[in-house]
Design a protein around this ligand. Structure first.
Ligand code: NAP
Length: 336
């Protein structure tokens, strides 16, 4: 069996993960039993949710056991197979780990994919993967947008947020995005078609509240929340009557104690609803979402940016980009 470099979780992070919480080791690739196949991982998705999997409590998935390779969605090629339906050379996608080789099990989460159907095989980790489906189902099903609505998106220059803004425009809404720094804000309006962009850096909650009011003169009908904290609190103070708040993520609180949301009373004043969303609830309907996203992308209505870093040895630095905001699009790690 070939050597298998594996990015192990060796210690549960206390706040922000540090390099010493992980270790890159080389172990032999696993032997195959009947019904199993060996995946040569080519690309891994680096997702904010992985931070929760490092904690003892996990999040919507159990924690990664200490000493095990960090769980991640990967795409790769079947290297060897003792499983029917998985031939050597077949491209597959599944929930595996940050490692050169993963063990696939017939009937498990790993599914065949066809690279000839997409411009780049990495699109299976972005627009046609969990990120694209989070934007599609999270926005259209959970936030129930109506034509003419004002939609406020936080984390708007990121993988999910940039797609949500574009979906808002496709559905006749006014899209306002919040992102960090002038470059990302320029990308919101110039590339993704947002009507207005707000740079949250250097703004306290009061300044954010004012900036949102200025960018949303008719108030906010939908918030698609990726960040939480003062950004969410400032948004809540701008809600219209019967607004919908879709809670997708709270990335500002993944490495720290929670500080929001304090302005929930404005949901009462405005008779608004707030609802958490989890993309896994829509797994059965992913093919439907992928067809729609594919149609819009082919029609030039959806731009998707992918930030591909190279090398398993850089997994820690690449993962931490998500918290520093130095990823420009869907964060992907090229393994081979
Ligand atoms: P992403 O937006 O591509 O990358 C994360 C971005 O978050 C960074 O680029 C940074 O952008 C911003 N950020 C990080 N720390 C921040 C802070 N303290 N304050 C404000 N902004 C901060 O990542 P993604 O994969 O698309 O995920 C976005 C959100 O969706 C995350 O909260 C994630 O957990 C959530 N999510 C949820 C589901 C679900 O099923 N519920 C599925 C997928 C993702 P700036 O430079 O603009 O700060």
């Amino acid at each position: 069996m070939p050597d298998n470099r594996r990015f192990l979780l060796q210690r549960r992070p206390d706040g922000e993960p540090v390099r010493e919480d992980f270790e890159l080791v080389t172990q032999p690739a696993p032997d195959l039993a009947e019904g199993q196949f060996l995946i040569r991982n080519h690309y891994a998705s680096l997702d904010p949710a992985m931070r929760g999997w490092m904690d003892a409590g996990g999040n919507y998935m159990p924690p990664v056991p200490l000493g095990d390779a960090m769980r991640a969605s990967t795409i790769g090629v079947v290297e060897e197979s003792r499983a029917e339906g998985f031939e050597k050379g077949q491209w597959v996608m599944g929930l595996n780990a940050l490692e050169d080789y993963s063990l696939g099990i017939a009937g498990g989460f790993t599914q065949p994919i066809d690279p000839s159907l997409v411009p780049s095989v990495t699109n299976y980790l972005s627009i046609f993967g969990a990120v694209g489906m989070t934007a599609y189902f999270g926005f259209l099903e959970v936030c129930e947008p109506k034509e003419g609505d004002t939609v406020l998106v936080s984390g708007a220059a990121g993988a999910v947020g940039s797609l949500v803004g574009q979906l808002a425009k496709i559905h006749g809404c006014r899209a306002v995005g919040i992102a960090g720094g002038p470059e990302k804000c320029a990308r919101l309006t110039q590339k993704y078609g947002f009507d207005a962009a707000i740079d949250y850096r250097g703004k306290d909650e009061a300044a954010l509240q004012t900036a949102i009011a200025e960018a949303c003169p008719a108030g906010v009908d939908v918030i698609f929340e990726n960040v939480g904290g003062p950004i969410l609190d400032a948004g809540l103070m701008n809600l219209n009557l019967y607004a919908r708040v879709g809670l997708c993520g709270l990335i500002s609180e993944y490495n720290t104690d929670a500080v929001g949301a304090r302005n929930l009373w404005n949901l009462i004043v405005t008779r608004s609803s707030i609802r958490g969303l989890l993309v896994m609830d829509f797994v059965e309907r992913f093919p439907e979402g992928a067809v729609k996203m594919g149609e819009w992308a082919a029609a030039g209505k959806l731009a998707i940016d992918e930030h591909v870093d190279e090398g398993l040895e850089g997994a820690y630095d690449s993962f931490m980009r998500l918290f520093a905001g130095t990823n420009d699009g869907k964060m992907i790690l090229k393994i081979a």
